[in-house]
Design a protein around this ligand. Sequence first.
Ligand SMILES: [Zn+2]
Length: 179
Amino acid sequence: MSNHPETCFACGEGHYQKVIEDYRLDLPEGETLTVPKLLVLRCDKCGEDIIPPESSRRIETSVDQYQDTLSPAAVRSFLEQFQIDQTEAAEALGMGGKTLHRWARGTQRVSRSMGYFLRALMAHPAVFEWIRDRNWRRGEGTARRARRRLPHRVPQSEGEGTEVISEETRDEDNCKGCG
Ligand SMILES: [Zn+2]
């Protein structure tokens, strides 16, 4: 990319200039990652940055390396190893089906802790079999089980529909912005 004559999206006055700098990034676990000599486009009026696509990819790669991110291919290997589909895996692991789908497609990064967890399950298949055989998410129609799993979510006036709402809410916990 060469010139960026577009007007700044933020202030509507300035224009973007190429800047190469060490780019500092806050990670969810409270750590900071620096991507050295990254190209960003910065408004010469208000200082607003935009990150060009190739720089975004460099940031993604750096975060994956730093966090030992489990790759989408490894997530699919996990499903193949246990011969389960995404729905079954999500149920066994107690997570939303959409999240697993996004992991397998690579549209959402596997968190570091879940990456370690899945690696451990692949290395010790008996542990996954044990989790799956527990059927934790089955039979959640009983209020007793729901209360034990979600102690802070069950409201005072709990009814038949309460647990169902909680389950749906948990599936929607992903960030609306990044998915
Ligand atoms: Zn601006």
